[in-house]
Design a binder for this molecule. Structure first.
Ligand SMILES: CC(=O)SCCNC(=O)CCNC(=O)[C@H](O)C(C)(C)COP(=O)(O)OP(=O)(O)OC[C@H]1O[C@@H](n2cnc3c(N)ncnc32)[C@H](O)[C@@H]1OP(=O)(O)O
Ligand SMILES: Nc1ncnc2c1ncn2[C@@H]1O[C@H](COP(=O)(O)OP(=O)(O)OP(=O)(O)O)[C@@H](O)[C@H]1O
Length: 666
């Protein structure tokens, strides 16, 4: 029976899901029977290393661009949704994907080990909303095989389909012809999995009269490309390409799986070659996913965009692809929610009880917000401490969405330990960062809500919908101390947050990988304590920018305060550096002020780093130090000496005060 169904799937070019739900041993034995009955690769994604051929779900990056026959996805302990989607994309026509789950009825209450990645809890939590959604999807799909322990196995409904042959690659041929005539420029090719992107890139290498190079996050994922390029295949890893001062000569650089390469690296790669072809899947589970299109490509106005629609690894309308796309909401929302009139939208808090509205909210966020990935679907459905605000039309279309996360409430001692660089418990992104980086331990103690995502449907932007959602967020957060947000700094976004009344509290000096922007944090005070925090943070940032702006190659539109005398807060920061573990980067402005006040010169390593910007590696070498760690200890000692030079008694008192705060917070 199984082999005839499988042969039929092979003939018609489809793949199917088989769900095996039961006790762990039962699932395992069932999987072994399948494996014995059907020949194939039987790659197994599992946390359980005992399973034959098993790979940890976290290694999903290596699956991009690869191809297998039959696979097992082990969700008995936890459901890693991106790995599930990535694995399904690798399966060739005629394959089965076995999904092993906990016993069906117990599954919604079963602690899910994957939740450790996204729930910010210390132990795995049950994920009833996501499991209920998945179970609804699986039950409704008559194309999958559903075998629940102690119940008869439900076979897929047979399909009557003509034979399938992976031929119709017409679109691919047309694009090849086009690229073979291409003028210098940037070309972006996107498609869902298995549409022939890599093969097309390989054919370009094969037929281009000059030289082409290929780069990708992992060489293992370029197997198909290499096959189609034949002996003209030349691979160079991204780091190696950037390491050489003069890049190798080539007419084309092909960047395969580009969304899995951090944006700042991509930015540098694309400037080095006359023609660049970026190919990628943009379903959100491969690196920066949709962020690649929404953020990186949107900033390339001169780029040319192409898509491949028709699958080549399996038949169009394949049951496995359809199910995975529907279950994990991977399809782009088409023209949703742009039609409503902004004035007629109702803005209101939205709970998890209304499943369809929650899914519509997620769909809007995935299509409009570059950071949203399938991991967020899980977080949105089941993580504790989440709140949502939706902007809805009268007919229930969601045109705007804001997602808020509870933060803060740490004990005083823990907040000071975070400040001192000793502890970094899960969660509390902004609250902890304001303590650890900006130097405000009270920020982690106060109760706040972080706006983790906000998006408005493209056709309704600049009509005050975003601002009204923030107003609503403020209303429902009464009683807390502040609202916060962390965002990739662009002038436009900053203007939005500023117009919503937020104060900039921190800006990083490194660009973040996913957006290529400097990450910034802003807060809106709600209580008296929140107000004090926001004022202090604003004043301190204006002083710190004197040191930070030269490290940031983008003007930050704040007035820089040039008065750089040491104040009380600086002493505390310096104490945190000299006597605890606060990092050099976050202490830099206070250390700079210390150098100015003590008028020290280049006999100090701190001076050579901060004032002369000598690279740490050569500085360590010049001082005969073994590396960065030794250099840091050296800097800490120098800071102590300078502080003593100014006021030895104050210095001792400060050291004792910090030691006390780390123990009892007082
Ligand atoms: C934590 C995070 O999620 S950060 C990422 C934010 N989200 C995104 O980037 C997703 C894509 N962008 C969007 O969905 C929207 O542009 C949002 C959510 C940022 C803003 O929502 P909108 O409804 O367009 O903003 P809204 O109309 O309420 O703007 C209020 C004010 O902010 C300022 N503002 C908003 N957008 C812009 C912009 N693109 N450029 C300059 N100023 C802007 C303006 O002063 C505006 O008032 P005005 O139009 O009267 O001058
Ligand atoms: N022109 C073609 N002729 C024959 N087979 C092809 C052709 N183009 C692609 N294929 C086959 O179709 C399958 C999918 O192609 P390819 O790997 O290029 O797709 P992709 O879009 O890069 O997929 P992924 O997103 O999974 O990396 C491969 O098995 C490939 O060998």
């Amino acid at each position: 029976m199984l082999s005839s169904v499988t042969a039929e799937m092979q003939r018609t070019g489809i793949r199917r899901l088989a769900v095996l739900a039961g006790e762990p041993d039962w699932c395992y034995q069932q999987a072994q029977q399948w494996r014995a009955a059907l020949t194939g690769d039987w790659l197994c994604l599992s946390e359980d290393p005992q399973l034959p051929n098993s790979v940890a779900p976290s290694a999903l990056r290596n699956l991009l661009g690869q191809e297998f026959r039959h696979a097992i996805f082990d969700a008995r302990q936890g459901f890693h949704s991106e790995a599930f989607a990535a694995l399904a994309g690798t399966l060739s026509a005629g394959s089965w994907l076995l999904l092993l789950t906990p016993p069906w009825d117990a599954w919604p209450q079963h602690p899910d080990s994957d939740s450790l990645r996204w729930s910010e809890s210390d132990a795995p939590i049950a994920t009833p909303h996501f499991v209920a959604h998945l179970q609804r999807q699986l039950c409704a799909d008559r194309q999958l095989l559903l075998h629940r322990q102690h119940q008869p196995c439900r076979q897929p409904t047979p399909l009557t389909l003509p034979d399938w042959r992976p031929v119709g690659a017409q679109q691919q041929r047309r694009l090849l012809h086009h690229f073979l005539q291409a003028q210098p420029g940037i070309y972006v090719l996107t498609a869902a999995r298995g549409r022939g992107k890599s093969a097309l890139a390989g054919m370009l290498m094969q037929h281009w009269p000059g030289r082409c190079l290929v780069t990708a996050p992992a060489k293992v994922s370029t197997a198909v490309l290499a096959r189609f390029a034949g002996e003209r295949f030349v691979f160079i890893a991204p780091d190696a390409l950037l390491a050489s001062a003069a890049p190798p000569e080539a007419d084309w650089l092909i960047i395969d799986e580009a969304a899995a390469i951090p944006a700042p690296l991509l930015q540098r790669l694309i400037t080095r070659f006359p023609r660049v072809l970026l190919t990628t899947t943009v379903q959100g589970y491969e690196g920066t996913g949709r962020g690649f299109l929404l953020k990186f490509c949107a900033a390339l106005p001169q780029a040319h965009f192409y898509q491949l629609e028709e699958p080549l690894r399996w038949r169009q309308g394949d049951p496995l692809e359809s199910r995975i796309h529907a279950a994990l909401m991977l399809d782009e929302a088409t023209g949703v929610a742009n039609r409503a009139s902004p004035q007629a939208l109702t803005i209101s808090a939205c709970g998890r009880d209304n499943g369809p509205r929650l899914l519509a909210l997620y769909q809007l966020l995935t299509s409009a917000h570059y950071r949203t990935t399938p991991l967020d679907l899980r977080r949105l459905m089941d993580a504790p401490g989440q709140q949502f605000i939706a902007a809805e039309s009268a007919c229930g279309e969601v045109s705007g969405a804001a997602w808020l996360v509870a933060e803060g409430g740490l004990t005083a001692a823990l907040a000071w330990q975070v400040w001192a660089g000793l502890r970094r418990p899960r969660g509390n992104l902004v609250a902890q960062s304001l303590a650890a980086h900006a130097g405000f331990p009270q920020a982690a103690q106060l109760r706040s809500q972080r706006i983790s995502r906000i998006a408005v449907a493209p056709g309704l932007r600049r009509q005050q919908v975003g601002r009204r959602m923030i107003d609503a967020a403020r209303e429902q957060a009464q009683g807390l101390d502040y609202l916060s947000v962390s965002f990739g700094f662009t002038e436009e976004l900053w203007r939005f947050w500023q117009r919503c009344g937020f104060t900039l509290a921190r800006i990083a000096t490194q660009r973040e990988a996913s957006s290529g922007c400097y990450s910034a944090m802003a807060i809106y005070p709600l209580s008296e304590a929140g107000k004090q925090l926001s004022q202090q943070a604003e004043q301190q940032l204006a002083r710190d920018l004197y040191w930070l702006q030269p490290l940031i190659d983008q003007p930050i539109p704040l007035t820089i305060v040039s008065q750089q005398a040491l104040d009380e807060a600086d002493w505390l920061t310096l104490g945190g550096f000299a006597f605890a573990h606060r990092s050099f980067e976050v202490s830099l402005p206070a250390l700079g002020r210390l150098l100015l006040v003590t008028a020290q010169g280049e006999e100090l390593a701190l001076y050579r780093m901060i004032m002369q910007r000598q690279p740490p590696a050569s500085l360590a070498a010049a001082l005969g130090l073994s590396g960065r760690k030794a250099l840091l200890s050296h800097w800490r000692e120098e800071a102590q000496q300078l502080m003593r030079l100014l006021d030895a008694t104050r210095c001792d008192r400060l050291r004792d005060a910090i030691a006390r705060k780390l123990i009892d917070g007082n």
